[in-house]
Design a protein around this ligand. Structure first.
Ligand code: ZN
Length: 533
């Protein structure tokens, strides 16, 4: 069975709380969706706001390889004033090949909210769809509140679908607008409706009951051939059905077919890219695309996964562009360490002695508050240091931080550092926006003379976690820092009762990590020297 994919991230998705996209953002997302292989991209509601109108103008200039753009809108307001209806006019002005038009299919709504008789509502749908399809557009009819409407008055709901069908619509999309319908109801209702209409049926599910993906899957099971949803399930309230779950399930578990352009190995990338553009924290536990979706922590699990990943993974993660990860944690077994070492390209001594000792060493550190899940840079340095492959490139001999806030509300932070490199002392001071920034700036200033490569490092993320809740301001903190040199990112960690000290530990690891990597590159290039510049 071939499924048509309809993405509404840019329309229904932007109704989600905290989501605000510029036109440029929307265009970038459009390109990524095209690149992923989505058939139809619903770009917005041109009748509702000027930003969406602007989007439809700009999107015409994009060169899309596969996706078709669709504009969204409602049926006309009055059945006898179709041609003059502003909303329908705005839809035509968007100049898209495809239009999706929603109409009321729940009697409760059409009579209560619009005050229309059954035949007036039917006429409204028929006339609006006819007008748009006669203008040469493919019209997708969104049957709003269809499942609630069907449960309330099936005859009325189906009659409205037939009005759209008879007026020239191409697809009848059954919407679970309130998201309260359950998978078995979806299955039964679609099976019943299928015999009463001729057009292909589509599904538009919301996730209010946590079954948005399940409902979409059930709809396909029942015969739907057009599926609507959003990337990462963004959308109002609890969101829309998540295409990043639906697409892999349909393709990998139900053998559905899609257009040839769809590349499901781009699912994870597309999901993360769009989270980034939306400035949303990605959901680590999201099925298929989360960074924890194929992460293994327990020692016994890991040793089995290393033998054959099918033992603890429902699919091969690479099929959706994700990765198997072994998480380093207090559950670490020796196989985790061996796995990690392999990932870093480190050869461990034969026999079990080394990894056993290293596991014990990690356990003590974890007991002290360290956590290496998000700090693989520090972890790698620790491992290499135990193997005598690495020694810090510099020592911080002295650090003093001055923080001032005066009565005029002037803030000031300064860091003074003494650094030792090969017996030579560098004494620097720098100020910054806050103490950690001052420390970072001062450290770079001190090190650049010895290691110009330090200039490439940028701090991209800084997180502080208070450990335990008993000691108030005396509690230990864990500082996680993510750094980049433009090519790769690495993360490092520091733990202390003193937030400045924890930050300094994470910062020195971040610098040492880069210096170590630069040294490896030099060695690889066989320049016969390990001087870094
Ligand atoms: Zn919706």
């Amino acid at each position: 069975m071939k499924i048509e994919l309809f993405d509404t991230t840019l329309r229904d998705g932007t109704q989600g709380e905290g989501i605000n996209l510029s036109i440029q953002d929307k265009l970038l997302i459009t390109q990524k969706l095209d690149n992923y292989g989505i058939d139809i991209i619903e770009g917005g509601w041109p009748g509702s706001n000027p930003k969406d109108e602007e989007y439809f103008k700009s999107v015409k200039k994009l060169k899309l390889s596969h996706s078709k753009i669709c504009a969204f809108g409602s049926t006309a307001r009055y059945p006898d004033k179709i041609k003059e209806d502003n909303n329908l006019q705005a839809l035509l002005k968007a100049e898209t090949e495809i239009l999706s038009v929603f109409g009321k299919t729940w009697k409760f709504h059409s009579s209560k909210s619009l005050g229309l008789s059954d035949s007036e509502n039917e006429e409204l749908i028929f006339n609006s769809v006819k007008f748009l399809s006669e203008a040469g557009r493919r019209v997708i009819f969104d049957a709003e509140h269809f499942f609630d409407g069907y449960k309330d008055d099936p005859e009325f709901a189906v009659k409205m679908l037939l009005a759209a069908e008879n007026a020239g619509a191409s697809t009848l999309v059954l919407c679970d607008t309130n998201g309260g319908t359950l998978p078995t109801e979806i299955l039964n209702i679609i099976q019943a409706v299928k015999s009463k209409v001729n057009l292909p049926i589509g599904i538009h599910a919301h996730n209010d009951s946590g079954v948005g993906v399940a409902n979409s899957i059930m709809a396909v099971e029942a015969g739907a051939r057009h599926v609507q949803g959003t990337i990462n399930g963004v959308g109002e309230r609890s969101g829309n059905a998540n295409l990043c779950g639906i697409i892999p399930i349909l393709k990998l578990k139900m053998s559905c077919s899609f257009n040839d352009q769809l590349d499901i190995t781009k699912t994870t990338y597309t999901s993360h890219f769009i989270s980034e553009i939306m400035n949303l924290e990605p959901d680590n536990r999201a099925p298929f695309v989360g960074i924890s979706s194929f992460a293994h922590k327990g020692g016994i699990h890991v040793s089995s996964v290393l033998k054959d990943s099918r033992m603890y993974e429902h699919i091969d993660p690479s099929l959706v562009g994700n990765l198997q990860r072994v998480v380093v944690s207090d559950l670490s077994g020796q196989s985790n360490i061996r796995y990690k070492a392999k990932e870093f390209g480190i050869e461990l001594p034969s026999g079990r002695e080394f990894s056993k000792n290293f596991v014990n060493y990690l356990k003590t550190m974890e007991y002290d508050g360290y956590q290496f899940d998000g700090a693989e840079g520090t972890f790698e340095l620790l491992l290499r240091s135990e193997l005598k492959e690495y020694e810090p490139f510099f020592n911080v001999k002295y650090a003093k931080i001055n923080v001032l806030q005066d009565e005029n509300n002037i803030h000031y932070s300064e860091a003074v550092l003494k650094i030792e490199v090969n017996g030579e002392i560098e004494h620097t001071a720098a100020d910054g926006i806050g103490p950690v920034n001052a420390l970072d700036t001062s450290l770079r200033k001190a090190l650049t003379r010895f290691f110009p490569v330090i200039d490439q490092i940028k701090l991209v993320d800084y997180k502080v976690r208070v450990l335990g809740d008993k000691n108030g301001t005396k509690a230990k903190v864990r500082v996680l820092i993510e750094s980049t040199d433009g090519e790769s990112n690495w993360s490092t960690v520091g733990v202390s009762e003193n937030i400045i000290e924890a930050s300094l530990m994470a910062l020195t690891d971040a610098m040492n990590y880069k210096l170590f990597k630069a040294m490896l590159v030099k060695k690889d290039a066989n320049l016969g020297t390990t001087i870094l510049n």
